[in-house]
Design a protein around this ligand. Structure first.
Ligand code: GUN
Length: 299
C-alpha cells in the first residue's frame, strides 16, 4: 500500500485561514478582537523562536498579540502578579506562559495561576480534569491538531482501535482522552508495555509521542492504518558528515509502506500546534463573550 501523506503545513494554513475568517466576523459584527498574551521568562533560544513565531501567526490572523518578556531572574511573586493582571484584563482572552521556566520558578504553580478559561495551553489542572471527564474544556494544542487531522481523514472515529504510544501530560494522556471522547477504543502504550509491536499492529490509528527517534518501524504498523507522528528529534545526518536531520518517532519510509495515511516529519503535526493555539484563543474569546464556538476548531 502506498500511504496518503497528510500535509500538516497545508492543513495548518487552512485552520489559520478559518480562524482569520472568524476573527474578521468578530470584529465586524461584535467589535471584538481576540487577544493572546504570551509570557516568556529568560532567554532560552528555542523558546525565543517559538514565541516569535506565535507572535507573527497571531498578528497574521488579525488577533492582538501581547508579548511579555521577563528577565531570567524574575521572582515568582512578580510573575504571578503579571498573570493576575492578564487574568483580569478583558482584552486578553488567552494566556500562554512559555515552558520551560527557569529552575527557581514552580511550573505547576504558575500554570495553575492562569484562570482555566484563558488557559489556551489546556495545562491547568481544571482543564485536565474536565477533559478527563469528557466535559467542555480548553484542550492542549498538539493533541487537538492530531484530532483535527484524524477527523478529517476518517470522518467518524467511532469504534476505531487507537494506540497512543507515550504517556506524557502534554500529548499522550490528553490525546488518549480526546480519542476516547470520539468513541475510539484506546490503548496507551509506553516503555513498560509488553508486546508493544503487536498492540500497535492491531490498531487502526497509531499516535506516536515518545520522543525516541524512528522507534516505530513498518513492521509495527497494520496494513492501511493511520499513523500520526508527534515526535521531533534531531539526529546526526546519516549521509552528510557534521550535519543533522529532523526525524519523528516513526521510521517514515517503512511505516509509509504499510500505512493508509501518515504524517511526515517535518511538515506533519508540527505546524498544527500554533494553528491550534490560535483556534483555542478564538474559542476562549467566543466563550468569554457568550458567542457560539467556532465549528470544526474545537474538540
Ligand atoms: N514549550 C514548548 N512547547 C510548549 C507549549 O506547547 N506550551 C508552552 N506553554 N510552552 C511550550
Amino acid at each position: 500500500m502506498s500511504a496518503k501523506i497528510i500535509d500538516g503545513k497545508e492543513f495548518a494554513a487552512n485552520v489559520r485561514a478559518q480562524v482569520a475568517k472568524h476573527v474578521t466576523r468578530l470584529k465586524n459584527d461584535h467589535d471584538i478582537t481576540p487577544g493572546l498574551a504570551v509570557v516568556l521568562v529568560g532567554e532560552d533560544p528555542a523558546s525565543q523562536v517559538y514565541v516569535r513565531n506565535k507572535h507573527k501567526s497571531t498578528i497574521e490572523v488579525g488577533m492582538n498579540s501581547f508579548e511579555h518578556r521577563l528577565d531570567a531572574d524574575t521572582s515568582e511573586v512578580d510573575l504571578l502578579a503579571l498573570i493576575d493582571q492578564l487574568n483580569n484584563d478583558p482584552s486578553v482572552h488567552g494566556i500562554l506562559c512559555q515552558l520551560p521556566l527557569p529552575e527557581h520558578l514552580n511550573e505547576e504553580l504558575v500554570i495553575n495561576s492562569i484562570i482555566p478559561e484563558k488557559d489556551v495551553d489546556g495545562f491547568h489542572i481544571s482543564n485536565v480534569g474536565l477533559l478527563g471527564t469528557g466535559q467542555r474544556s480548553m484542550v492542549p494544542c498538539t493533541p487537538l491538531g492530531c484530532l483535527m487531522m484524524l477527523r478529517d481523514h476518517h470522518g467518524s472515529l467511532s469504534g476505531l482501535n487507537a494506540v497512543v504510544v507515550g504517556r506524557s501530560n502534554i500529548v499522550g494522556k490528553p490525546m488518549a482522552n480526546l480519542l476516547l471522547k470520539d468513541s475510539c477504543t484506546v490503548t496507551i502504550a509506553h516503555s513498560r508495555t509488553k508486546d508493544i509491536e503487536s498492540i500497535c499492529r492491531a490498531a487502526d490509528i497509531v499516535v506516536a509521542a515518545v520522543g525516541r527517534p524512528e522507534m516505530i518501524t513498518g513492521d509495527w504498523i497494520g496494513e492501511g492504518a493511520t499513523v500520526i507522528d508527534v515526535g521531533i528529534n534531531r539526529i546526526p545526518h546519516p549521509e552528510k558528515e557534521g550535519k543533522s536531520k529532523l526525524v519523528g518517532d516513526v521510521h517514515f519510509e517503512s511505516a509509509a509502506a504499510k500505512a493508509g495515511a501518515i504524517t511526515p516529519v517535518p511538515g506533519g503535526v508540527g505546524p498544527m500546534t500554533i494553528a491550534c493555539l490560535l483556534a483555542n484563543t478564538l474559542t476562549a474569546c467566543s466563550r468569554a463573550n457568550g458567542l457560539d464556538e467556532p465549528e470544526g476548531l474545537t474538540a
